[in-house]
Design a binder for this molecule. Structure first.
Ligand code: NDP
Ligand SMILES: Nc1nc2c(ncn2[C@@H]2O[C@H](COP(=O)(O)O)[C@@H](O)[C@H]2O)c(=O)[nH]1
Length: 327
């Protein structure tokens, strides 16, 4: 690897605009057999997505991935989404019962359009076996496998049959993996993404560490096809979990999928909980993301997302966090 950097260390370099209005810029992305409004997916975490949000996103043309922390609800979730004419996108783990679940879906002829294998250390035989199992029983499903942080892992999971890989070990806002284990891509997630993307022959999802809308464009520049985001989607009116009032201010909980709160026990904890300021409605954030990304495309000198992939950049250490704030 030649140089290591993260989102805040990079500035993309503008090229001459070819549009008269940012509204001419197209943020849509093809992923699997479908095209989505944005190259963005809310994290498959219990404080970020639930059934209602999944329906809302699918109806409005956004990609979503349902979390795997209420396993008993998944079968009906798939039925419900597909009976509404919407796509089903679920997550699975790698424990023994998950193999049986995949077989059960095949027996009931229920094939989710997208299945994400969601574990902390995705470069493992357990994930390879699960990819092969899904491909055997549900060959029509688009399989996303993760999480990984090296080119070797991307190649191995692709070779096992994954249709996309998810990159990011420890850059998340509620992640403590780097502190507890000493491992991960936290602090150099963008460079890790570039490293992995060079090896990839299939789409990559950049997962974790997005702190501003500009980071979405940077992810696209460094090889992501889709960007998974937790903290920026936490705290909305629609977000799962109670609204909490503290000193006259409204907050919502955001906790890690490997936190004590998620697991119900203090074992192999690699996540924490935080309170996020209440942000209003989810659609407002999605619209703002779209507008900001349209603007990014115009700065890239194009009309489509692909223009961002070809811009130059500079590494300016901590260039945008020297006191800058969005509001
Ligand atoms: N993106 C990230 O940086 C991280 C994300 N997470 C999230 O937390 C959730 C829980 O993840 P996870 O603990 O993997 O899920 P599970 O608790 O379902 O564990 C999955 C399986 O993998 C095994 N396992 C877990 N970690 C490792 C490892 N480092 N090496 C070998 N085997 C391992 C577990 O066994 P055993 O428990 O006995 O070891 C278990 O059999 C997921 O949603 C995941 O995405 C968690 C940490 C980091
Ligand atoms: N190390 C951990 N990572 C976690 C945990 N729960 C979720 N995650 C990852 O974080 C991203 C979201 O990151 P954000 O910076 O956008 O908030 C999510 O998609 C997971 O990959 C956890 O408990 N530990």
């Amino acid at each position: 690897m030649d140089s290591v950097f993260d989102y805040e260390d990079i500035q993309l370099i503008p090229a001459k605009s070819v549009v008269n209005s940012r509204s001419e810029c197209d943020t849509t992305v093809a992923f699997g057999n479908r095209t989505f409004k944005l190259p963005v997916v809310p994290a498959n975490m219990q404080t970020i997505i639930d059934d209602k949000i999944a329906i809302f996103l699918a109806e409005k043309g956004y990609f979503y991935i349902m979390h795997r922390f209420e396993p008993e609800k998944r079968l009906n979730f798939i039925k419900d989404m597909q009976s509404r004419g919407l796509f089903a996108s679920i997550s699975v783990g790698v424990k023994e019962e998950e193999y049986r679940f995949i077989e059960q879906l095949a027996e009931e002829q229920l094939s989710p359009e997208y299945i994400t294998i969601d574990i902390a250390h995705g470069h493992s035989n357990a994930v390879i076996k699960m990819i092969q199992h899904i491909k055997q029983y549900l060959p029509q499903s688009f399989v996303i496998a993760g999480n990984v942080g090296t080119p070797e892992a991307v190649r191995e999971l692709e070779r096992a049959g994954a249709d996309a890989t998810k990159v990011g070990i420890g850059p998340g806002k509620v992640c403590i993996t780097k502190i507890k284990t000493g491992f991960g891509t936290g602090g150099w997630q963008l460079a890790a993404l570039r490293w992995c993307a060079k090896a990839a022959s299939k789409p990559i999802i950049a997962d974790g560490g997005i702190r501003t809308h500009g980071d979405i464009a940077k992810s696209i520049r460094f090889g992501a096809c889709m960007v998974m985001i937790g903290s920026l989607f936490a705290g909305h009116e629609e977000s799962p979990g109670e609204t909490i009032e503290r000193d006259g201010k409204l907050y919502k909980e955001y906790f890690g999928s490997a936190s004590e709160y998620q697991k119900g026990e203090r074992k192999n904890v690699e996540g924490k909980k935080m309170l996020v300021e209440h942000k209003g409605s989810l659609i407002d954030t999605l619209v703002e993301m779209e507008q900001d990304l349209q603007s990014s495309i115009s700065y890239a000198g194009g009309k489509e997302l692909d223009a961002i992939r070809h811009v130059d950049y500079v590494i300016v250490k901590n260039s945008i966090f020297n006191g800058d704030k969005v509001y």
